[in-house]
Design a protein around this ligand. Structure first.
Ligand SMILES: *Cc1c(COP(=O)(O)O)cnc(C)c1O
Length: 399
């Protein structure tokens, strides 16, 4: 079912049996990320990417410093979305010129730190172009910049659309030529198009990549200098609900190889990048929490755990899902216990704090560990940790 289930049915992270890991961590709840699974996932992506295409990690998926360090030795670049993420990225051996800083509303202080460090600033608006110029003049350093383009197409099948139509992300493609004409002394690198996230449909991802390359080639005619960077985005999804099918990488690999052959001769100096977040880390992490109460209310059995949506908001269904579906969930402990239908809730005073609704789990009681899978991306840092003022959970990178 996943990389955490041993052949005998027990659960382990990095080869460490879960109850033992919980004892070593010393407290629940906690997040555990499996180093070997991350390594394996990057290797699997590399195996199908054309060798000329670079792989970048979107740090916001999981900015845990130890994990970012580990990934620093595996990928070709980082994409960051805040000054703090940029510091984590710069703390690794990754060269600054392989780090890009995207996102709307960058503060002047963030722009200043990025320009000073030599990080590539992804320009998201005409006003940001002017602010990058002001920062450059103040520092006496020509900012390395790329234009984040809001494409004129949307991607079918994306769980979250970030391009096409009116968007707060990027500069509308039809406005890009005039913005390129105003870059002045900025050190233009290239283009970044990121159209959508959490896509499990290989064909629609391929179509988005084809349209992206077409758009970039068109915009390149207006570039003030040779294009040295083309970020095709990513959007590779992972299965969360039982009905989700894992993404088939094979057609994407063929498509990227064909596109790299098109881009190579037309933009010979361009470093072509695919940028992934959840696909690299999402399945490599678990959220582990302990049952503190078990109660039956009018025929429905509840397991109340010591964690909840304040740590793992996405599993509760409150991070952008339209229809709530259970994340895969399990109980750690002796194999072979009878299965029962239970509802797993967190310890917050809100009915929104739901981790598993009417799920079939081995009979569990107070003290048992409940494990929520697919917790390696958009977990802790995408959750309202301050809500109800419970202590922050520990995060460990295992293996
Ligand atoms: C968030 C983000 C990503 C990562 O998205 P995933 O769905 O985690 O792969 C990539 N690029 C940009 C610009 C982003 O904002």
């Amino acid at each position: 079912m996943n990389g955490f289930t041993l052949p005998d049915g027990r659960l382990a992270v990095g080869g460490v049996d879960l109850p033992l890991l919980a004892a070593r961590v010393g407290s629940t709840p906690f997040f555990a990320y499996d180093r070997a699974q991350v390594t394996g996932r990057v290797a699997a992506v590399r195996a199908v990417l054309p060798s000329s295409v670079h792989l970048s990690y979107a740090v916001k998926a999981n900015p845990m410093p130890a994990l970012v360090q580990h990934l620093g030795g595996l990928v070709d670049g980082f994409d960051v979305a805040s000054a703090a993420e940029m510091r984590h990225a710069l703390d690794t051996p990754m060269p600054a010129d392989r780090i890009s800083f995207a996102g709307p509303g960058k503060a002047t202080a963030e722009l200043t730190q990025a320009v000073a460090a030599g990080v590539t600033v992804e320009l998201e608006s005409a006003a940001e172009v002017r602010r990058a110029q002001e920062v450059s003049s103040a520092l006496g350093i020509a900012a390395r910049v790329a234009v984040r383009v809001n494409p004129d197409f949307a991607v079918r099948g994306s769980g979250m659309r970030l391009g096409g139509g009116p968007r707060q992300f990027g500069i509308d493609s039809e406005q890009v030529p005039s913005v390129l004409a105003q870059l002045g002394d900025l050190d233009f690198q290239g283009f970044h198009v990121f159209a959508g996230s959490q896509n499990l449909d290989a064909q629609s991802l391929c179509e988005a990549q084809r349209q992206t390359v077409e758009l970039v080639l068109e915009l390149a005619d207006s570039a003030p200098s040779p294009v040295r960077y083309v970020n095709l985005g990513g959007g590779f999804g992972i299965p969360y609900a039982a009905r989700d099918k894992p993404l088939d990488l094979a057609p994407i690999a063929d498509n990227l190889a064909a596109l790299a052959d098109v881009l190579g001769p037309r933009l010979p100096r361009a470093r072509v990048v695919v940028e992934l977040g959840r696909y690299l880390v999402g399945e490599a992490g678990v959220y582990v929490t302990r049952v503190v109460d078990r109660k039956v209310s009018r025929g429905k059995t509840f397991l109340v755990v010591d964690g909840g949506m304040h740590h793992q908001l996405a599993a509760s269904g409150n991070l952008g899902q339209v229809i709530r579906r259970n994340y895969p969930i399990a109980v750690a402990g002796p194999v072979g216990r009878p299965v029962e239908k239970v509802t797993v809730v967190g310890c917050l005073c809100t009915p929104l704090d739901l981790l598993g609704d009417d799920v079939e789990l081995p009979a569990a009681d107070v003290g048992d560990l409940v494990v929520v899978f697919q917790a390696g991306a958009y977990g802790l840092t995408a959750s309202p940790t301050g809500f109800l003022s419970h202590p922050a959970p520990v995060e460990v990178l295992v293996g």
